[in-house]
Design a protein around this ligand. Structure first.
Ligand code: HEM
Length: 143
């Protein structure tokens, strides 16, 4: 009889819904925001020389709080996991995700500090790719 081995569809508890909703909502702003702003850039450039900088600054006022919220709710997610039964694979993916989270934040920060268009482009690419990869790892961790 293998029926008991099947994990039936089940609802998350009330607190887990709050915790994961905040984590995923912050991820939509941090990751989705970067992609949307990149997609709008050609139009923004047409609005004037200072427009891209102004939009980037305005986006930073949304994206950095979302990044810190991802870290706070991520710690909360991590503490909610039963580590006695976590597999080696889960722990490895978690470790890789933490490296990607640091790379995402560092890439985004260095992007804002870069003085050449080439530097800005490279750091934006690193930050965005690391952010998307961290998101994929997060989906894997959620099982
Ligand atoms: C760039 C930053 C981050 C992004 C984009 C991100 C994204 C995600 C996403 C999309 C999920 C899947 C949620 C679901 O499907 O229910 C997830 C799950 C998870 N995240 Fe993150 N995350 C980030 C940072 C962090 C940090 C800093 C930590 C820990 C300190 C963390 C710990 C976790 C854990 C443990 C889960 C699994 C939750 C569960 O068991 O359901 N995340 N993450």
């Amino acid at each position: 009889m293998h029926l008991l081995a099947i994990d039936p569809p089940h609802l998350a508890s009330g607190l887990a819904v709050v915790q994961l909703t905040l984590h995923v909502l912050a991820a939509t702003i941090w990751v989705g925001g970067q992609l949307v702003v990149a997609g709008l850039l050609p139009t923004v450039r047409g609005l004037g020389d200072s427009a891209p900088r102004q939009v980037a600054k305005a986006f930073g006022r949304l994206s950095w709080p979302a990044y810190w919220l991802l870290i706070a709710t991520g710690v909360w997610n991590y503490l909610a996991v039963d580590h006695k039964v976590a597999t080696n694979g889960w722990n490895a993916v978690f470790g890789i995700k933490m490296i990607l989270v640091v790379a995402a934040g560092l890439g985004a920060y260095l992007h804002t500090r870069a003085s050449t268009p080439r530097g800005r482009g490279i750091y934006a690419g690193v930050g965005t790719l690391a952010s998307i990869a961290a998101l994929v790892m997060g989906v894997a961790l959620a099982g």
